[in-house]
Design a protein around this ligand. Sequence first.
Ligand code: F3S
Length: 399
Amino acid sequence: MQITKEEEAILNGKKGNAAAKSMKILVALGEIYGAKRLIPVSSVQVAGVSYDNLGDAGLEYLAELAKDGQVKVLTTLNPAGMDLQNWRNLGIPPEFAVKQEKVIEAFSRMGILTTCTCTPYLIGNLPRFGEHVAWSESSAVTFVNSVIGARTNREGGPSALAAAFIGKTPEYGLHLAENRKPDIQFKVEAKVESLPDFGALGYFIGKKAEGKIPYITGIKGGDVDKLKSFSGSVVTYGSKPMFHIEGITPEASLYEKPGESIVVGEKELKESYQALNDAGVEIDFVSLGCPHCSIKEIAEIAGYLDGKRINPKVELWVATARPTKLMSDERGYTKVIENAGGKFACDTCMVVAPLKGRFKNIATTSAKGCYYCHGKNKMNTKLGSFQQCLDAAVKGKWS
Ligand code: F3S
């Protein structure tokens, strides 16, 4: 990979230790993937924020970088392992909270915005079509590539941080137009309407796409909330972090439909639901907001819960970004949800919080959430609509 004189000087330590380390990571990545050069990025999203995933080794690594590392572009953080203000209410152990706060302090010293969310595009980190960014959260990466048409590879935490310190990333993979073409077509004949329908569809397509870019036809609607749910699910279950939907996503019309095609009928959708539903009827945890809830989704939750009570055996989390919660406070939705016994989980979610062993059966609207709740937190799952999940929260049972 060709590097400029200035980039070489950074590599040799002219701009300090963190910048030199970062340049080394970017050059190594560029050489592995055959990039010709580094290109500027306009924003970065850093994953790997929860102390539950980082541990002490990760914390030390960040503290070292924070000594002289300063981000060069708008940089936001993925969810942390706890609500940074209200962690006690979520039952997070104090010893965990101390470590998590140190992680956030390190990121803050680097100049990163410490609003922790996987939907940064809903709170001000919104690239435009064609812009190069370096993001590292799978649902967010898939959303900006596909729904917005910005360009990013699926970065790891360290490579995203390196891009933030340098303001550049190696030009390979999804930064190049030729790698954004669809490989396989999915003809959707099933009725795909609700939020969990989009998640279940993502499950099916992700599994069948196996590292390819899907081109999807037959989808009639799909607002931002459904597309963010689909983005989380399709990549989790196996596609590249990019998809095209005919008539909906901005790059779909730029490419020929791939010849190879798979039909998704009612049977396939039903089987996808069945694969994601292994909890019994007893529910002890309901978590909504994976990816993090929009204000529209919070309004829907409050509308359902108005005047109801959550079953005392159930914990309900509404996971969202803190700025979205502030809007919810102002509109009175927070009060309605908390009066019903629900809890807001800002800055975090049911996957990155240290919940292993605490709950057995979760109800959620998120197919992505089902995957990680099974794998990481050892829960059984029910996938359903807001109404079905909230109904389970009130009754303590899945109907
Ligand atoms: Fe976001 Fe956590 Fe889901 S990071 S996409 S809410 S697993």
